[in-house]
Design a protein around this ligand. Structure first.
Ligand code: FES
Length: 365
């Protein structure tokens, strides 16, 4: 690192593919998914991991879509692991069996994050749009517990399943995992299309928060519960991605290098391609990374705010989605002139929950 270059990213999110057997209505991947034909080859991914390790990256998160749809996943995990990178698999578990798990463990996989759509099978399979998914996930969880690989469960919470958080926590406790995430949906990509069906009511949010607090008090260190609340009910923005271009770098299935998973919505900027430049050059100098890095870009009231190096201006993609301007103050902030718009969205929540809008891979209907 020189005086001109920023510290390296801590984590690389390797989005191996947008292909996925599930069709979650809260999917944060872009509305237009990357085609299979354009996916980076294993050789390019290995070069990326070489460059990431040299740059100072510590962790690689293998993600998607469903990363297990790539048959070369164990080869990629083995390569990242051989470089000393901590490897985490973010998966729905529906493609996991004993042979696949054995191959990943032999490759050096360090950790798995297994996502659930709900704890009630019928609801889970309705939300994910895949029959039989829940039993596959439960089997995958049992396999991983039997193997002993560190496992985190991830439950995505929204209006349709917020009433079952105690049952989700009870399952995590029974299974014996050390960590569970109770994470309210965020509204990016396809998830923004389904916002009216997904946003919980204030009563639901307060109930879930009380349930999580009670479980934390009861379970102590036996089960760590990460709790992510929905931005729309907050008055202070989150430091999205730990700040733009500060800690995380995403690489899309076709090789676009991004500061966050939703950055492809940012207009009037070139998206760097990992096939055209090194990861270090992109991280240090690409305009997409420098445009919102640090605090110099901030408008008022952010520029004069005492919290500007705490929240780093919140979320740029949310500012774009809600205020139409990626450089605007995040409307989640109570000091934003657009903050009242969030209140109007919440006031307008339909009493009758609209049906989910699904998409299939290859279609953006
Ligand atoms: Fe892009 Fe928050 S998702 S900055």
């Amino acid at each position: 690192m020189t005086a001109q270059t920023p510290p390296p990213p801590m984590s690389l999110l390797a989005e191996l593919t947008h292909r996925c057997p599930l069709q979650c209505p809260y999917c944060s991947n872009p509305v237009a998914l990357d085609p299979r034909a354009g996916e980076l080859t294993a050789d390019i991914w290995k070069r990326v991991f070489d460059e990431a390790a040299a740059l100072g990256v510590l962790q690689v998160h293998f993600s998607g879509g469903e990363p297990m749809a790539r048959p070369d996943l164990p080869e990629l995990v083995a390569h990242a692991s051989s470089l000393g990178l901590y490897t985490n698999l973010i998966t729905s578990g529906v493609l996991m069996d004993k042979a696949a798990l054995d191959a990943l463990v032999a490759a050096g996989l360090d950790h798995v994050q297994l996502s659930f759509q709900d704890i009630d099978p019928e609801s889970a399979e309705h939300i994910g749009g895949m029959k039989g998914a829940q039993s596959r996930k439960l089997r995958a969880a049992d396999l991983m517990m039997a193997d002993g690989i560190p496992l985190t469960l991830n439950f995505v919470i929204h209006r349709a399943n917020a009433g079952r958080v105690p049952a989700m926590l009870a399952y995590a406790e029974r299974l014996g995992v050390a960590r569970v995430e109770i994470a309210h949906t965020q509204y990016y990509g396809w998830g923004l299309r389904n916002r009216a069906a997904l946003l919980p009511t204030r009563v639901q949010l307060e109930t879930v928060t009380r349930e999580v607090e009670a479980a934390r008090a009861r379970l102590g260190h036996r089960l760590a519960i990460d709790y992510v609340t929905p931005d729309y009910y907050a008055d202070q923005p989150k430091p999205c991605m730990g700040g733009w271009g500060r800690r995380f770098v995403n690489i899309s299935p076709v090789g676009r290098v991004l500061p966050c998973h939703a950055a492809e919505t940012i207009p009037n900027v070139a998206f760097p391609d990992i096939r055209d430049a090194s990861l270090a050059d992109i991280w240090n100098y690409a305009p997409l990374f420098t445009m919102f890095r640090g605090t110099a870009w901030m408008p008022e009231p952010c520029a004069g705010c005492a919290l500007k190096e705490v929240d780093w201006g919140g979320c740029r993609c949310q500012a774009l989605a809600l205020a139409g301007d990626a450089s605007a103050t995040d409307p989640i902030c109570a000091r934003s002139p657009r903050h009242r718009d969030i209140g109007l969205i919440l006031d307008d929540l339909p009493a009758e929950v609209p049906p989910f809008v699904y998409r299939r891979y290859g279609s953006a209907r």
